[in-house]
Design a protein around this ligand. Structure first.
Ligand SMILES: Cc1cc2nc3c(=O)[nH]c(=O)nc-3n(C[C@H](O)[C@H](O)[C@H](O)COP(=O)(O)OP(=O)(O)OC[C@H]3O[C@@H](n4cnc5c(N)ncnc54)[C@H](O)[C@@H]3O)c2cc1C
Length: 767
């Protein structure tokens, strides 16, 4: 499908997060919808202590982040080493945790603290939401700051559209990596030059050895940065509102950097081993100390993952890419065997958060969802409605992972939610375009069922459905703009259907400061695809939509049918549609919603992280004190490094699975089962497409056939009409479409940034 990850992260400034109108709720917030609309109106009533608390938490989060980066920057310098020595002396070798304590305290503890601060902040945000001022009402400097962050700088590059925020993030990681490696290398080389030559080992060979060593010392930093964005529900990503599909792009870049370092690290050591005629060093696994064989295995795993991740391979063989990526376990395990667990401390914080996230996902996805409704829309797309458990939260731009064991036990596919979280029903819906093997198999299994047959026999899939998520943006950032241009290609319209439904709903609820001018530009290959627009009936959602005096919202839809002859005009041309089909799990008596056990429950998450961390520290400390500390005994008895690493894995398991699992057990026990899936599905939005004759979005759609949209012209028109106002541009579609939109935004902003800025955001369908 789309071959490029989108860009344009939406950085939310802390005290200015979107108002979901969320009501305060009970302990651990299990039972309240995130998007209830109770308190949207009026000025913010957030108590002063809470505001101060939010500011302090925000400040603490930034302080910890800056501190973490500073530590890495200072690590190779003389002062950095002196500081490390001080910390080490304070913690002392005789402590419970020995030498591991230094790295874990210096590098891992700040990341864990950051995650906890982030979760506390997000919890306060949820309980005491503040109204978000629309862009137009904000000071020029704030508007400018936002426009600059989202500004596309490079457009047609091998890595796609690159915004300023992308450059800052990747620049920081690159500079820090080069600094650590460069500084250490210079010092090591100087030491070699100053020392007397070793017998039988030329100085140049020693330098290759040290080069390998210093590359290895930079690795914990890049490995930490590699794992940081890949935890799907990461509190840190949620704090800065970088959605997972966006973060994957950073993960990919960090991945390439890490693989490069790993390979060069191994290769330079290989040169050294060759130079001293001891190539067997590469497969050495000593009883105590660095295991080169483990390093070689880890390196091979990294190379396989790197090679199968290149876009060409990934887009053609996604399943192979995904399977090969499971080698991260091998990479990590043998990395620990290679360096000893105390050295992993530098990367441990992000890795630990990743494993917690992985465990939570596993728990959530094991739950079987019952009561799924599936139908084929007249456009040929499949719509699924999945009941959700009470307390399940999601955002307008969220996405879910879905698995049908009947189609494939291993494949989990991501789909954007097409429903608004403000809908009264108890479902989440997704719209799926049949594209490849899995989606076509899903289509066939729905289409093959005769609706009546299904009503008698029950579930159309004959098996269960599992769902995981939601993931995606923390905030509904699109609410910030009075003017919105939504540009979609093919199935990329799904998130925008959710946005339009959501806006209609919000206008019906008469919320303040909402977008009022929304234009959807949709490029499709075939005209029949446009029938998807019939799923939205503005009058149905917002009864006053047709009355200008009672409705402020304007929705304009322009469709470009690129695969057909050149004619332009209204939607009066005949539409060849498929007959709609609907299959609901009528045979299912107990409805079981999608699990609420996910990373959006901040207090439970804090409990989970704290319990897991405590379990890990206690277990590894006990192992150290009573087992591996043997090696410090005067007789010099060394405990095997490999066994020490195994004890470390056991500690991780005990921490996350046993201690963290206990928290999850109490979490699950505190939940009550929702039984409303059946009625919710029967009353769901869009259920009555065929019977209802309300005006749909398709009826007011302007269709142009045979040509593509001219974004420069469209943007110019919008800029003239809404002079002096901010325009939010969201794009979801193939790489070429994203590039055209990014280029148009960039050229519009050139010289106009201070007046009518176009804020570029992309919603990516490419992981
Ligand atoms: C965040 C996100 C939201 C999405 N929302 C929608 C949506 O609302 N509606 C819709 O029709 N499609 C959506 N997609 C795309 C959808 O996930 C793919 O079309 C689907 O997974 C294709 O699977 P396939 O086996 O049928 O096709 P294939 O021919 O096997 O794959 C086509 C392409 O889809 C991608 N893909 C395949 N399998 C996966 C997977 N397991 N995980 C991630 N990507 C995969 C790969 O880039 C691949 O090149 C979304 C994708 C993402 C990442």
């Amino acid at each position: 499908m789309y071959s490029q990850q989108g860009t344009g992260a939406s950085f939310s400034s802390a005290p200015d997060s979107i108002c979901h109108g969320k009501a305060p709720h009970g302990v651990f917030g299990a039972g309240v919808e995130k998007t209830s609309v109770v308190s949207y109106h009026g000025e913010s009533t957030v108590p002063l202590p809470v505001r101060i608390g939010k500011v302090l938490l925000w400040a603490a989060s930034w302080t910890v982040t800056v501190w973490w980066f500073t530590l890495w920057f200072r690590m190779p310098s003389t002062e950095g080493r002196a500081f490390r020595k001080t910390v080490q002396d304070e913690l002392n070798y005789s402590t419970f945790w020995s030498k591991a304590a230094t790295n874990y305290t210096m590098y891992a503890a700040p990341v864990i603290a950051l995650a906890i601060f982030a979760l506390l902040f997000l919890e306060l945000e949820e309980r005491y939401p503040e109204r978000r001022c629309p862009s137009a009402k904000q000071p020029m400097l704030v508007r400018l700051y936002r426009a600059i962050w989202t500004q596309p700088i490079l457009v047609k590059t091998p890595i796609g559209v690159v915004t300023i925020i992308d450059i800052v993030i990747i620049g920081m990681v690159l500079v820090c990596t080069c600094w650590i490696w460069g500084r250490l290398t210079v010092r090591q080389f100087a030491a070699i030059d100053a020392a007397k030559p070793k017998k039988g080992v030329p100085k140049w060979a020693l330098k290759w050895d040290k080069l390998s060593d210093t590359l290895g010392k930079a690795l914990p930093f890049t490995i930490g940065c590699l794992f940081m964005p890949v935890a799907r529900g990461s509190p840190i990503l949620r704090l800065i509102d970088v959605p997972f599909e966006q973060a994957v792009k950073y993960h990919r870049w960090m991945g390439y950097l890490t693989v490069l370092l790993v390979v060069v690290h191994g290769a330079t050591y290989g040169v050294y081993a060759g130079a001293i005629h001891k190539i067997e060093l590469l497969i050495e696994w000593p009883y105590y100390g660095t295991s080169n064989l483990a390093g070689t295995i880890s390196c091979v795993a990294a190379m396989i993952m790197g090679a199968t991740s290149i876009p060409y391979f990934r887009s053609r063989h996604f399943n192979t890419f995904f399977s090969m990526h499971q080698l991260y376990i091998v990479f990590f395990a043998f990395y620990v065997f290679h360096v000893d667990f105390s050295e992993v401390g530098g990367a441990f914080g992000p890795i630990f958060l990743f494993f917690i996230d992985r465990f939570l996902r596993m728990v959530q996805s094991r739950r079987q969802v019952r009561g799924v409704s599936a139908r084929i829309l007249p456009s040929g797309l499949v719509e699924l409605k999945i009941p959700k458990q009470t307390g399940f939260k999601y955002n307008t731009l969220s996405f879910l992972y879905i698995n049908f064991p009947g189609l494939s036990r291993l494949q989990w596919h991501p789909f954007s939610t097409a429903s608004s979280p403000l809908n009264d029903d108890n479902n989440v819906s997704v719209i799926i375009k049949p594209l490849g093997d899995w989606t076509n198999a899903l289509y066939s299994s729905v289409a093959a069922k005769d609706a009546n047959d299904v009503k008698v026999k029950g579930c159309p899939f004959a098996v269960k459905v599992h769902a995981e998520g939601p993931y995606g943006h923390e905030t509904n950032y699109f609410l910030r703009y009075k003017n919105l241009i939504l540009v979609a290609g093919g199935a990329g319209v799904t998130p925008f259907l959710a946005i339009m439904t959501d806006l209609l709903k919000r206008h019906q609820l008469q919320q303040d400061n909402l977008p009022t001018n929304v234009q959807l530009i949709w490029c499709v290959r075939r005209r029949t695809e446009l029938a998807t627009l019939r799923t939205i009936r503005p009058n149905h959602i917002h009864p006053n939509y047709a009355y200008p005096e009672a409705n402020k919202l304007t929705l304009n839809v322009k469709a470009y049918v690129t695969g057909q002859a050149k004619t332009a005009g209204q939607a009066e041309l005949p539409m060849v549609e498929m007959p709609g089909l609907e299959t609901t799990q009528k045979g299912v008596e107990t409805y079981r919603g999608m699990s609420v056990i996910n990373s959006y429950h901040n207090l439970w998450m804090i409990a989970l992280i704290c319990a897991s961390m405590t379990g890990f520290v206690l277990m590894s400390g006990l192992f150290y004190t009573y087992v591996s500390a043997q090696r410090l005994q005067p007789k010099g008895h060394h405990f095997s490094t490999a066994v020490e690493s195994i004890l470390y894995f056991i500690s991780l398991f005990v921490g996350i699975v046993i201690c963290g699992g206990t928290v999850i057990f109490f979490w699950i026990s505190s939940l009550s089962e929702s039984g409303s899936g059946a009625s919710a599905i029967a009353n769901g939005h869009g259920q009555d497409i065929e019977e209802n004759d309300d005006v749909t979005l398709l009826d007011n759609c302007i269709i142009t056939e045979g040509s593509r949209p001219q974004f420069q012209d469209i943007f110019k028109e919008v800029a003239e009409k809404h002079d002096g106002e901010d325009v939010g541009v969201l794009v979801c579609g193939p790489e070429s479409l994203q590039e055209s939109v990014a280029a148009a935004c960039r050229s519009r902003n050139f010289g106009n940034l201070m007046r009518t800025p176009f804020h570029y955001h992309s919603v990516s369908f490419d992981l």
